[in-house]
Design a binder for this molecule. Structure first.
Ligand code: UDP
Ligand code: MN
Length: 430
């Protein structure tokens, strides 16, 4: 029982509560009982949830120079833990190293590029072949670039454009660069959706150019700016950058990159493994934890063929939100597995910002994501329409200024079911 006492000779205004209460008494208080019940239930859900979400595959990931993680990957988790239960940390030093899983009762052999993340079935022996540099081109850059440091601290000062141009004078017009002394293993382009974030762009480029150069990539940077007159459409800008970049060069790998994310670990390779990769897993804004398992926003890496195969991003999401979840569904519905580096490697700092005026949360995003599957084939790269107003090869990036006719994009038969929504009705009548 509880004994909460009030001393009798104290005037009412000075009444002090003194509480003496044992543990069992605490438990008698009904709200504490409920709290305990909720906590226990949550822990139980987490435990059962995690049991359910472990999928039957192993994930081999290059962690840093020559060190590999072989872990049981989690394809979904209620609490955002992605790669729990890393089983081994393995060093690779020979030309042909066999990384045996604990279960070697199968003789299947899988070869892998040293810089890829790949998924293998349990009971599969993984063979890492480090001899690729003796292929057709004897001058290939090393599979593990020298001079990578691991954890790096992003520079968040906003230098002027002049300073940046002088600093990165070896970058070719249009923001292209490749290593001089060896042939890069990766031909990559970065697509940045953009409007009115000049300072963020300067900060990002000041971090990204040295980062990509250290990784010895053959790369180009494409900033796709949406002209005024329509709500911001991140998905369409990704699609446009993807299409326009391929007109410039025969890239094999595309990285879609928000302007405000700065990498904090240079082992986070900007290359495309066999499966699409979610790059921005651990962001400071979310306490370096993945907010939910299917998340495929911020920064993503796909092979060009994979992007084409999923029909790109959706075009119908104007305003903030939804397009990344739709894209995640597209990718997974094609049977791809979203891969991720461990949180230590896929770390990012997000430059602090407020919500942009032309990018208010889209009130139909939930309904759109719910019905996304019905539009995978009809809405995307396949039907995209935009006007390329201007294209400039600026010193540190290629600038694409594009105009999007919001009304036209939304006036399609597959949007009919949403036309009673006030937000859409308003756009369509304007
Ligand atoms: N963006 C932009 N201008 C805008 C709105 C968005 O450049 O007015 C781009 C920018 O690359 C940004 C990305 O779209 O990083 C995602 O938008 P936001 O940062 O608002 O979303 P968050 O992920 O922070 O919720
Ligand atoms: Mn942001």
């Amino acid at each position: 029982m509880c004994s909460a006492g009030v001393s009798a000779d104290v005037p009412a205004t000075q009444v002090k509560m003194t509480t003496k209460c044992s543990w069992t008494c605490l438990m008698d208080r009904s709200h504490l009982k409920w709290l305990l019940l909720v906590v226990v239930t949550l822990l139980l859900i987490q435990y059962i949830g995690n049991l359910l979400v472990y999928k039957n595959f192993y994930n081999v990931t290059q962690y840093f120079n020559g060190v590999y993680w072989l872990g049981q990957a989690v394809s979904g988790s209620l609490y955002g833990v992605h790669q729990k239960k890393m089983a081994h940390i393995l060093k690779v030093n020979g030309t042909l190293t066999t990384l045996g899983t604990n279960t070697t009762n199968s003789n299947t052999t899988v070869s892998m590029d040293l810089q890829t993340t790949m998924l293998v079935q349990p009971n599969v022996t993984v063979t890492v072949d480090t001899s690729t540099s003796s292929g057709k081109d004897g001058n290939l850059c090393p599979s593990t670039p020298p001079g990578l440091k691991g954890r790096i601290v992003p520079d968040t000062t906003a230098a002027t454009w002049e300073t940046l141009q002088a600093k990165y004078s070896t970058v070719e017009p249009g923001g292209r660069w490749r290593p001089k002394d060896c042939t890069s293993r990766h031909h990559v382009y970065i697509v940045i959706p953009y409007r009115d974030r000049d300072e963020h762009l300067r900060i990002l480029l000041n971090n990204l150019h040295p980062f990509l150069q250290k990784q010895q990539l053959d790369y180009g940077i494409y900033v796709v700016e949406q002209a005024e007159g329509s709500h911001f459409n991140r998905g369409m800008l990704m699609n446009i950058g993807f299409i326009e970049g391929l007109r410039v060069s025969n890239y094999s790998c595309v990285i879609f990159h928000d302007v405000d994310l700065l990498p904090e670990n240079d082992n986070n390779f900007y290359s495309c493994p066999q499966q699409p990769r979610h790059m921005s897993v651990a962001i400071d804004k979310f306490n370096y934890r993945l907010p939910y398992a299917s998340l495929f926003g911020g920064i993503t890496a796909l092979r060009v063929e994979q992007m084409k195969n999923v029909n790109g991003y959706p075009n119908v999401y104007f305003g903030w939100g939804g397009e990344d979840d739709d894209f995640s569904d597209r990718v997974r519905s094609k049977g791809y597995q979203i891969t991720r580096y461990p949180a230590e490697v896929s770390r990012y700092k997000m430059i602090k910002h407020n919500k942009d005026k032309s990018n208010p949360p889209n009130p139909v995003r939930f309904s759109l994501v719910r019905t996304a599957k019905s539009r995978f084939k009809v809405d995307g790269l396949q039907n995209i329409q935009y006007e390329l107003v201007k294209k400039e090869e600026r010193p540190l990036y290629t600038w694409l200024n594009v105009k999007i006719d919001e009304k036209k994009v939304l006036q399609t038969s597959y949007m009919n079911q949403f036309k009673t929504n006030p937000w859409l009705r308003n756009i369509l009548k304007s």
